[in-house]
Design a protein around this ligand. Sequence first.
Ligand code: SAM
Length: 337
Amino acid sequence: MASHKLPPLPALRDFVHIYRLTARKILSQNYLMDMNITRKLVRSAGIEPGAYVVEIGPGPGGITRAILEQSIRRCDVIELDKRFMPALEPLVEASENRLFVHHGDALKFDIEPIWMDAKVPKHDWLDEPPNMHLIGNLPFDIASPLIIKYLREMSRRRGPWAFGRVPLTLTFQLEVAKRICGKISTLDRARISLVSQYVAEPKFLFEIPGRSFTPKPDVAVGVVKFVPRFEPLVQVVQKVVRHLFMYKNKEIHKCIKTMYPDDMADDLTHELLSYARVDPNKTSHNVGIEELADMSACYDKQCRRFPGLFLYYFEDKQPLEFLKNKPNAVPRVYGFT
Ligand code: SAM
């Protein structure tokens, strides 16, 4: 990975002393002082040269330094505690016009205007995740409300997610990080697993040892990277269910065919029913929950293979080519009734 040599700066530890940045318990400030860890965090978040980055809660700037060391295009940091403003100034100078500091509360802060003003290019939702990132080592007590705010914005494609499927990398209390990524049938599976996995694919990256922080936190810390899903899974299931019951008492293959444009309907219906090992001639009321889960998983994959497919509606019969060019259209949502 290309790196960007910063002009000489005091060591991070000296920095904290020079600017008298004693960690405040009230803001749960545990600084990451080990540059090997901050570099690992930035690398594993996937921040690459040319990236646009927003860092939440930079504090004395350990992660910020590691971000700037990459040949990133622009980094904006949002910090609540004014004491860090003078400490971040030398980094702004060293950054050669790439670092911008904002004073504010991340829970209320609207990131979209920053990238709009900077004329950051927007990406299609169906493209690969762009080289744009949100990252932060946050106080634990704001990590939970913040992730709920971000998941909501992600599902509505608002805020930073108006720019595409921007990945988000955050630190959490280890136990919470494991629950967010909790797999089905494990003890880690909890409400937060479902809330997170509904709109994103969270991945547990690594554990940060307590000794890497100053002061050492009482609990271990885990890093999670969230990549927004193309479509929330529940919406995929809702759409499959709706088509499954398209015709009363007709064979299932006739119902499923209505999910696809005519020229691909036979092939994709066959693929979906074979994948889920469903008899094409049975009727919908004989379909089990496991079969529905497999059909939904297969349809989700097909939607990734054929951009625009999720937006296809039997009633409108719009060609896939047309739908493909509307990647940011928000799909129609159907309830289960
Ligand atoms: N990122 C730095 C590091 O890793 O060394 C500092 C980490 S410290 C755990 C959390 C930082 O988030 C502090 O600088 C704190 O002032 C800041 N912070 C706390 N609440 C915040 C909020 N609501 N919005 C923005 N920053 C916040």
